[in-house]
Design a protein around this ligand. Structure first.
Ligand code: ZN
Ligand code: ZN
Ligand code: ZN
Length: 310
């Protein structure tokens, strides 16, 4: 995860570091230059800052909700095309759903608040039609709603796609839910690319490419999860995070020589290069634990050194 490279740390709030990618400044200059309908460029700057604020609050929604359900979230990076909250909710569909849905919920609340401000200011004649203030309020409302609609598209890894995946997880489990969501998402991504071409939108084109790459990565991950889920299970140990017993098979990869082996069968020693590892990751949920943390359920003896996995 190359998260914070090329980024400036803006501030830390509630244990969450907020980073701003340098490309924001190029995008900001471009958008502010293009913004129309105001008598002064100051309003264009304010509009862009409002966009920035909405994206930031949306990401804080994800991060704080993830923490509330017992997950990890300590970094938000703001890119020119949107923000990313790096969240690791507990590997169950319920907490995943809450962490994802909290982002769009922030947009709903913000749009409602701005809509209320517009209604009240219109009522009392505080922001007459055609005034900069009125135009600004309308634009902020439009931004909050547009971001909400875009984020809710059922395309993985957009919020909408991740919500669909979490819901399917309740029925299909982690691997199949991810696979189905990614396959269906390719249809939506084709639609996004078509819209980008028709609208001659470079920004949407770049965004579509990122979404396509992430979705492909999701499909590859789903295939690996599915293969692992079909292997028999080792008795005596279980993941402390998700409770799954590790598969009986050479599905961990040695960091040293890239050979695949089963650390639970070799006391953490790579069968090819002999490197030993003190930890093993859970193929089911991705969390990494030292051997002591893998719950011992039987009399099977436990080695002290365990490997890292892919
Ligand atoms: Zn989101
Ligand atoms: Zn696990
Ligand atoms: Zn090795």
């Amino acid at each position: 995860m190359a998260t914070a490279s090329g980024s400036i740390r803006l501030f830390r709030l509630g244990g969450i570091d907020v980073y701003l990618h340098w490309a924001w400044f190029i995008a900001a200059a471009y958008f502010i230059h293009r913004a129309k309908g105001y008598s002064s460029p100051v309003w264009s700057v304010l509009e862009y800052l409002a966009l920035f604020g909405i994206v930031l609050l949306h990401e804080f929604g994800h991060a704080l909700a993830c923490r509330a359900v017992g997950g990890k979230a300590n970094q938000i990076v703001l890119w020119p095309l949107g923000g990313v909250a790096y969240v690791t909710p507990p590997p169950r569909p319920g907490p995943q759903l809450i962490s994802i849905a909290a982002g769009p919920m922030v947009n709903v609340v913000l749009a409602g608040m701005v809509g209320g401000v517009v209604a009240v200011s219109t009522q009392f004649g505080l922001a007459p039609a055609g005034s900069d203030l009125r135009n600004f309020f309308y634009m902020v409302f439009a931004i909050a709603v547009a971001l909400l609609v875009f984020n809710l598209l059922p395309i993985y890894p957009l919020d909408g796609g991740q919500i669909v995946r979490s819901l399917l997880w309740f029925v299909l489990g982690p691997a199949k839910s991810l696979m189905v969501t990614c396959i269906v998402s390719f249809v939506g991504i084709a639609g996004l690319i078509l819209v980008a071409i028709l609208a001659k939108s470079v920004g949407l084109g770049i965004l579509s490419a990122f979404v396509l790459a992430s979705c492909w990565g999701g499909l590859v991950h789903a295939r690996a999860l599915l293969r692992i889920s079909q292997l028999p299970r080792r008795t005596g140990v279980a993941c402390p995070a998700c409770g799954a017993a590790p598969p009986l098979g050479a599905v961990w990869r040695c960091r040293n020589c890239n050979n695949q082996f089963d650390p639970f069968g070799t006391a953490g020693v790579c069968t090819t290069c002999g490197a030993t590892f003190a930890q093993a990751s859970c193929p089911e949920c991705g969390s990494v634990h030292t051997m002591d943390d893998w719950i011992v359920r039987s009399t099977e003896s436990v080695a002290t050194q365990q490997p890292e996995s892919p």
